[in-house]
Design a protein around this ligand. Sequence first.
Ligand code: NDP
Length: 449
Amino acid sequence: MNKATKSQINQFMEGLERRNPGEAMFHQAVYEVISSIIPYIQDKPEYHEYRILERLTEPDRIVSFRVCWEDDKGNVRVNRGYRVQHNNSIGPYKGGIRFHHDLNLAELKFLAFEQTFKNSLTGLPMGGGKGGSDFNPKGKSDREVMRFCQSFMTQLTRHIGPHTDIPAGDIGVGAREISYMFGQHLRLNNQFTGVLTGKGLAFGGSLVRTEATGYGSVYFMEDMLKQQGNSLDGKVATISGSGNVAQFTAEKAMQLGAKVVTLSDRSGFIYDKEGLSHDKLEFVKSLKTNKRGTLKEYADEFGCEFHADAKPWKVPCDIAFPSATQNDIDEDSAKLLVKNGCIGVSEGANMPSTIAAIDVFQQSNLLFGPSKAANAGGVAISGLEMTQNSMRLSWSVDELNERLRTIMRDIHDKCLEHGIEKNGVNYVKGANIAGFIKVANAMIAYGIV
Ligand code: NDP
């Protein structure tokens, strides 16, 4: 990158940081995207004339609301709820809801921004949004979670709709929470529509949605390896997280011949040198979904290593799937991964690698699949859940699996279209440019709105 381009990027970031002070995660996500886009639009005056980057870094709308609920002891509790409606140029806002005790607006702004590009990459008509609350479902009874979700939806309902904004799950929001929110939306509006995705199969949910993000992340890795004449067979894989994305990443990686040796959670990670098996994974699914326990129980059950308060990136592996949360892999962890022989990283979580970590990966020519491409399988099947709801029918597992595989292959192809460089494929650049073009061109077509 030449000096003039670098200076344009820095200048843009100065303005963005001034307008959005203290929002480090949002700055990080924007920096990653504009570092690809500013060089790309150098010779394309229409994007400058219409101030597309300035407009794309300003959410269409942010709503924030108070959520009051009563705990089991009769105490009044107060949380904060948000919805960031980032951009609806190519379809209604679409993106998950996150419940996490230290969630803040900067985190949701970064997620909604990323979601806009990711949704564009899927090829489906979906804009980008994200929402959530600083409510912590951990340690709460089912009834407390229900009362919170009902109160949250009582506020959110006026901002969403099947043609406006269609939320889904994310960290801390799984099938239980989606069901409570959908039930409350139904009660308030008396309309049975596909206003949320990730629903139960009995009430409009889609098959393969639960598996889609994890499976998609493994498919993306498979395509990156295939591009180099390699495959997943026999590869040792490390995974962080043990929630929805991590579980189904492990499942698909094992099905395609990899050996999965780690999983993690907020308490630490397990190192199972023998590798996970179908039965061990079923134990994890039950532990996390039903018992909501910690991975120490896995280590006790199967007699493997448990490393408290640590991340799995020091474990030697061929391929890695960060599938927990943002900024999970820092520069030192990235260096360790490379030093220990890792050849590919597919980001199941959103923005799990810091900018410095991505630099390390790219300098070492490791295959790096950024989240907006690698984890787009989940929202893609959510998009297909919306289609099925509109058509009032359900597709089969085989049909949806086939569609998921095709969408992930198409995303990989789009990355190649814009990301091929002298030293290999720059998937960050490829994904950013391919995601940008569709949204930006729609914005230009609409004029100044
Ligand atoms: P879950 O809530 O099901 O699981 C999250 C996992 O990450 C849990 O194992 C959790 O630990 C761990 N975790 C959460 N916060 C931290 C932290 N601060 N430090 C260490 N570990 C942490 O969420 P998902 O699996 O759905 O989401 C994981 C990631 O994937 C997120 O970045 C999400 O945005 C992204 N994503 C998810 C999609 C989906 O379809 N679900 C779609 C696209 C992206 P513990 O078990 O202790 O709670």
